[in-house]
Design a protein around this ligand. Structure first.
Ligand code: SF4
Length: 448
């Protein structure tokens, strides 16, 4: 998972890229990068770590120009190396091009092997470079045609922003797995993974970039080239469950409202007679509010979050993950002591977080700890850009709900149903990708 942004402006763009990328930081904390067009050439700066660590006033001053793109990266394909920081750059028709990508190509290995056989020398181990090479290969004089031909070849999830001489280009895969939205701030045009950057810069989101749509933004305006094939949008439902910010309005669904409704639905599907509804912050908060409002049981903040950490299932070893969970969330003894509680969380992936939290809530004096999860059991790996582990490490792929309940030490455990989850978004279930719950992969991942 990553975050992308592209801005076509009448003013210096690097400060807006900086603030915009900061608001997308939840989508990736491993590295950040920006590229701007200064009227003659594309300049680029990239750094490992958070946006705030890699970019300061001095760095931004070295990026003059009114149009630019940016990226925050959380590595899955490719691994954590500075050569994988995006945007990646290449040459197209004698000019430079920079590309930033959120998602994952399922046929990356295949395409890369073919391109290498043909003599392409790769500088990175990420799939964005394959997209770059294909666009530059197919480019004659028409960027839209080059992207269409590239889209005919690449398979999987991609929301892309690109920067060429005098143009910001954006496109989204025909399934629309990862989000991409469009907005305006006066005459400035912003395209980004979520609406928060647009609003923080001072603009307003105008619409979603449609699944399969290509946008070219230049001095003559915004030009849209819709997908010519059959509409097969299958937005990632996990964006609403966990990844997107609470204020995200993606493909006509607000993440906060979705999460709150999940809590209400869970109360109907799996009620619980307890003293207190406690969220696992942050994404568990709206669903705990929904559960509390629907049930009439008081809401209580029983866990305090350390806000200066990354996400836990990102950490590579089991021991590190356990330490990270402890550091990240601490029980609030005064709130939970002597109480029976229901704990609302967004998912159970390996079970580490839940086991640890329940154990520590009991140590803090909770009488009973019941768990309610606002996603169905995660039984399958994601191949579209979300770093779920291999199936052998997914607890729900290997244990029944009762076994998980025992394993994590909960007094009771229940997951929202898939139908319940889909109804929280008020769209047909067929409009979402739900593959990590039911194995129904919209794009065949076996071409890897
Ligand atoms: Fe999202 Fe799951 Fe589909 Fe991956 S498999 S895109 S996480 S719904």
């Amino acid at each position: 998972m990553s975050g992308v942004i592209g801005i076509y402006s009448n003013n210096a763009v690097s400060p807006s890229l900086f603030y915009g990328l900061n608001s997308l930081q939840h989508r990736g904390q491993e590295s950040a990068g920006m590229a701007v067009f200064n009227g003659e050439e594309i300049l680029r700066k990239r750094a490992m770590g958070l946006v705030i660590d890699g970019f300061d006033e001095e760095t931004l001053a070295e990026l003059p120009g009114n149009i630019g793109i940016g990226h925050v990266r959380y590595s899955k394909a490719g691994g954590a190396h500075d050569y994988n920081i995006q945007p990646v750059m290449g040459f197209i028709g004698g000019e430079t091009i920079a590309i930033a990508h959120d998602g994952n190509l399922v046929n990356y290995q295949l395409l890369r092997a073919r391109l290498e056989e043909e003599g392409m020398m790769f500088q990175t181990t990420n799939d964005t470079e394959v997209i770059l090479y294909l666009i530059t290969r197919y480019y004659e004089s028409d960027i839209v045609e080059a992207i269409r031909r590239t889209m005919d070849v690449i398979e999987g999830a991609y929301s892309v922003t690109a920067l060429m001489k005098g143009q910001v280009v954006a496109f989204r895969d025909p399934s629309g797995f990862r989000p991409l939205v469009l907005g305006r701030d006066g005459d400035d045009v912003i395209v980004a993974s979520e609406n928060a950057p647009i609003e923080i810069i001072g603009g307003e989101m105008t619409r979603n970039v449609e699944a399969g749509e290509i946008l070219v933004i230049d001095e003559t305006g915004i030009h849209s080239y819709p997908y010519e094939g059959e509409n097969r949008a299958r937005n990632c439902i996990f964006e609403y469950v966990y990844f997107a910010r609470n204020d995200a309005n993606l493909d006509d669904i607000n993440a906060y409202t979705f999460r709150r409704r999940c809590g209400e639905i869970l109360w109907k599907e799996a009620p619980c007679d307890v003293d207190l509804v406690v969220p696992v912050p942050d994404s568990g908060i709206p669903s705990a509010i929904g559960y509390a409002q629907a049930s009439g049981i008081p809401f209580g903040e029983g866990l305090v979050k350390n806000r200066y950490m990354g996400r836990t299932f990102i950490k590579p070893t089991q021991k590190e993950r356990e330490m990270a969970v402890k550091l990240k969330l601490n029980p609030l003894v005064d709130v939970v002591r002597g109480k029976s509680i229901v704990l609302l969380d967004d998912s159970i992936v390996r079970g580490t977080t839940s086991r640890n939290l329940i154990h520590r809530l009991r140590e803090a004096g909770a009488k009973e700890v019941h768990m309610r999860i606002t996603s169905p059991p995660v039984k399958y790996s994601c191949y579209y850009g979300i770093d779920t582990p291999n199936r052998k490490n997914l607890i729900a792929a290997n244990q029944t709900i009762r076994e998980i309940e025992e394993n994590i030490g909960a007094d009771s455990l229940a997951f929202i149903s898939l139908e319940g989850l889909a109804s929280a978004g008020k769209k047909e279930i067929s409009r979402y990708c739900t593959a990590c719950f039911d194995g129904d992969y919209p794009v065949d991942p076996t071409v890897i």
